[in-house]
Unconditional design. Structure first.
Length: 235
């Protein structure tokens, strides 16, 4: 299947029933705020997104605890604080077009969609992609566009992007993602092997690139072409 054929805007469907997890979500938000994360757009977005719907049913009681959880296929949903922290690093205002590499559960895409104009999200694992798309459709997100494919090469059809967020770790920054970042844009990406550095990549209005290591993290590795040798690594 041509990855472009899997492109879809997630259109409104039904309104979710009353949320029995609201008190747990409030406690999650309190813990995030205690760690001095003060971006109100991010906080308000995470108040709205029902994280328990993005994890397997057996883990739902733990959905609002501040640690990652398995979602199958050797993948995880990131801990809530890291989702909030990475989103805040993009310094979103609400008008952006954002590229997400690694849809995973769909939770990060939902948080972004609560804030920005549009989210373009790529997932390499078909089964995860299909499940995430269904969850997001049921939650009425109409500003998410979906693709099954290798995120290492980005999504050139809709580039450039105001911001890029990467939720799986390559051992170098893919040049395609740098190229698809808009002048004045920001990208947040974990870079490394077993342990990684969460790295902020900034492109100024003239197209010059700077980067800053922000936080030691541990993400699942980026698969596909990211695991092939690259003679032009951006270290």
């Amino acid at each position: 299947m041509d990855p472009e054929d899997s492109t879809a805007a997630i259109t409104p469907s039904k309104t979710p029933s009353e949320d029995p997890f609201s008190s747990k979500r409030e406690k999650m938000i309190e813990l995030i705020q205690k760690r001095r994360l003060t971006d109100e757009l991010v906080i308000e977005a995470m108040k709205k997104v029902p994280r328990h719907l993005f994890v397997p049913e057996r883990w739902r009681a733990q959905a609002y605890n501040d640690y990652p959880l398995p979602i199958g296929y050797d993948q995880t949903i990131s801990q809530p604080y890291i989702v909030a922290f990475m989103t805040a690093q993009l310094q979103l205002t609400g008008q952006e077009k954002v590229l997400e590499i690694g849809t995973g559960s769909g939770y990060q895409a939902a948080v972004l969609a609560e804030i920005v104009d549009s989210v373009f999200t790529i997932e390499i694992i078909d089964s995860l992609a299909i499940k995430a798309q269904q969850i997001l459709r049921n939650l009425n997100y109409g500003n998410i566009f979906f693709k099954i494919g290798d995120g290492y090469e980005g999504w050139i059809k809709y580039a450039p992007y105001d911001c890029i967020i990467v939720t799986a770790a390559p051992n170098h920054i893919p040049q395609a993602l740098i190229d698809q970042l808009k002048n004045g844009g920001r990208m947040i990406i974990p870079v490394g092997s077993f342990w990684q550095e969460l790295t902020l990549v900034m492109k100024d209005e003239e197209g010059n690139i700077s980067q800053e290591s922000i936080l030691p993290v541990r993400f699942v590795p980026m698969t596909g072409k990211a695991q092939e040798p690259d003679e032009n690594k951006n270290d």
